[in-house]
Design a protein around this ligand. Structure first.
Ligand SMILES: C[S@@+](CC[C@H](N)C(=O)[O-])C[C@H]1O[C@@H](n2cnc3c(N)ncnc32)[C@H](O)[C@@H]1O
Length: 252
């Protein structure tokens, strides 16, 4: 079994694993959140753009998207999609530098949870603020500490297939209550249908979860303020039943 840095081999099967995810509806939800406050937004900075699935939807809706992504392999998958209006760069949220400032920034599908150290979160948020116009918005969704402790992360098995591959992914979480993190160990077995050949890989994704007062504090230390938090997609008030919370920050 191959041991990989997060998303390096996983990237090839990423779109297959998340084929059922409704990127179109999620993008519309985020777009509505932004436009309710700032209807004139046209340029979006996307942190952790992955294989470009949100970028494709934003660009279809008329936005220009600049993507930043840590994994070269994910960027290569995004590049294959030839998304009109999308450009992408390799870099890390905590220390990237791009030319210019953007109307809004987004970081979607738990990307910010990958910043596990407090210093990196603050550095990342300061950096995002530096790339926003004054008053610019930053929308992200994140694992919510009260729900993680109330529900506990569970083992999960996911099986997906297309004409070429069958992919079985087992996710085993290990909670670290001292750090507010969960190590999610993914074991993925890919079977090439034509030949029956198997390929197995293992990646550990360490996720930091957040509480709302923490986000308020981190935003304040980074030149931003928290203006809204709600359950991602439903807009319900976050509770112990809410795994994914959407936070809306604004550059001061
Ligand atoms: C769960 S995936 C989400 C990808 C994409 N947003 C989507 O929803 O399809 C998390 C992504 O965040 C990227 N990522 C994690 N930490 C990062 C960092 N510090 N800087 C830039 N990208 C990061 C990973 O490489 C991965 O592509």
């Amino acid at each position: 079994m191959q041991h990989q840095a997060p998303f390096e081999l996983y990237s090839i099967y990423y779109d297959l694993i998340y084929a059922a995810k409704d990127y179109e509806a999620e993008t519309r939800y985020v777009q509505n959140l932004i436009q309710e406050i700032q209807p004139g937004v046209t340029t979006i900075l996307e942190l952790g753009c992955g294989t470009g699935n949100y970028a494709k939807e934003f660009c279809n809706n008329g936005f220009t998207v600049t993507g930043l992504e840590k994994s070269e392999a994910m960027l290569q998958e995004a590049g294959k999609k030839n998304i009109h209006g999308f450009s992408s760069f390799r870099g890390d949220i905590k220390d990237f530098r791009l030319q210019g400032q953007f109307d809004a920034a987004v970081s979607l599908f738990h990307v910010m949870n990958y910043l596990t150290e407090t210093a990196d979160i603050i550095a990342g948020l300061k950096n995002i603020a530096a790339h926003l116009q004054p008053g610019g918005l930053f929308v992200f969704d994140a694992w919510y500490t009260p729900a993680v402790y109330a529900q506990k992360a569970e083992s999960r098995l996911k099986e997906v297939e297309d004409e070429q591959y069958r992919v079985v992914r087992h996710a085993e979480p290990v909670m670290n209550e001292e750090r507010n993190t969960v190590d999610v160990v993914y074991e993925i077995v890919i079977t090439e249908k034509a030949t029956g050949r198997h390929h197995a890989l293992r990646e550990t994704h360490t996720m930091r979860h957040f509480s709302t007062p923490e986000i308020e504090l981190f935003a304040g230390l980074s030149g931003m303020k928290l203006i809204r938090s709600e359950e991602f997609l439903t807009a319900n008030t976050p509770s112990v039943a809410t795994w994914g919370v959407c936070y809306l920050l604004q550059k001061i």
